[in-house]
Design a protein around this ligand. Structure first.
Ligand code: IPD
Length: 266
């Protein structure tokens, strides 16, 4: 059985190669291949090509492991490990040429379902900035060679928070009501458009906290481990009005309970 650090090294290596391919394809121009859950939810040729590269590299190195990716069919493995992959998180940014997109690769143990799995290692690369965020269970979260820790000193000006919105227009009113509830504790709010980077930035202390409903497993698998290994808290709460759209909250310990209460609402 590979150690967490060996799995982390593989995640970093594959995320770096995948990020280079994504950046190269972006420079050549991006073609939208299809829409998915709604007209706003797009997939580019590059998403598919980058996922195929990640999948082939992981299959070659770890043939017994399962795979759960955004753009291709899930595969169960013979080991109890599964790689959870978003080849390009922030696809809309990518398509518009906004340099805020990530390659997110995590390896989890157990049933490959959020809330059931145990994340062992992960990497989130930001190809446009050249940054690589990575973590292994029990061994900290890192940005390149620097160990990360969440920002846990509340500011009198309030917290710098981040959020995201679902692709389904029917969910926007609820998302905006949540923003209104959370704003009294915020100094300001960011919506950078890539959940994996939002979580990496919480781990790095660039954001004080993050909340969003409806993330897919590949959006948060690596980022949640980064936050936990940087000393932060992350939770996923099933919501009674729509069980397919859980609420996700991440922050340093000091503001976590308040942020969760505001995000949940009455
Ligand atoms: C999306 C981004 C976005 C978040 C959405 C995700 P995708 O992932 O992370 O920031 O608000 O919930 O679906 O579709 O670009 O891989």
């Amino acid at each position: 059985m590979a150690s967490e650090q060996q799995l982390e090294a593989l995640a970093i290596d594959v995320a770096r190669e995948a990020g280079e391919l994504a950046r190269r394809r972006r420079a050549e121009g991006v073609a939208i291949a299809a829409t998915k859950s709604s007209v706003a939810d797009i997939v580019t040729e590059a998403d598919r090509e980058v996922e195929a590269l990640i999948r082939a590299r992981l299959r070659a190195e770890r043939p017994g492991d399962g795979f759960l990716g955004e753009e291709s069919d899930a595969a169960q493995g013979t080991s109890d490990l599964t790689w959870v992959v978003d080849p390009i998180d922030g696809t809309v940014n990518y398509a518009y040429g906004i340099p805020a997109y990530g390659v997110s690769i995590a390896v989890v143990r157990g049933e490959p379902r959020p809330g059931r799995w145990e994340a062992l290692a992960g990497a989130v690369s930001s190809p446009a900035t050249g940054e690589m965020f990575h973590a292994a269970r029990g061994a900290g979260a890192w940005l390149d060679g620097t160990r990360l820790s969440v920002n846990d000193t509340p500011s009198p000006a309030g917290a710098l928070l981040a959020t995201g919105f679902g692709y389904d227009p029917a969910t926007h009113a609820g998302d905006l009501a949540r923003v209104a509830r959370v704003m009294p504790m915020a100094r300001d709010l960011r919506r950078i458009g890539a959940a994996s980077l939002d979580l990496a930035y919480v781990a790095a202390g660039r954001f004080d906290g993050y909340f969003e409903r409806g993330l897919a497993p590949w959006d948060h698998a690596a980022g949640a481990l980064l936050v936990a290994e940087a000393g932060g808290r992350f939770t996923r709460v099933d919501m009674p009005d729509d069980p397919r759209r859980a609420l996700f909250v991440a922050s340093g310990p000091a503001i976590f309970d308040g942020l969760l209460a505001a995000a949940l609402g009455p």
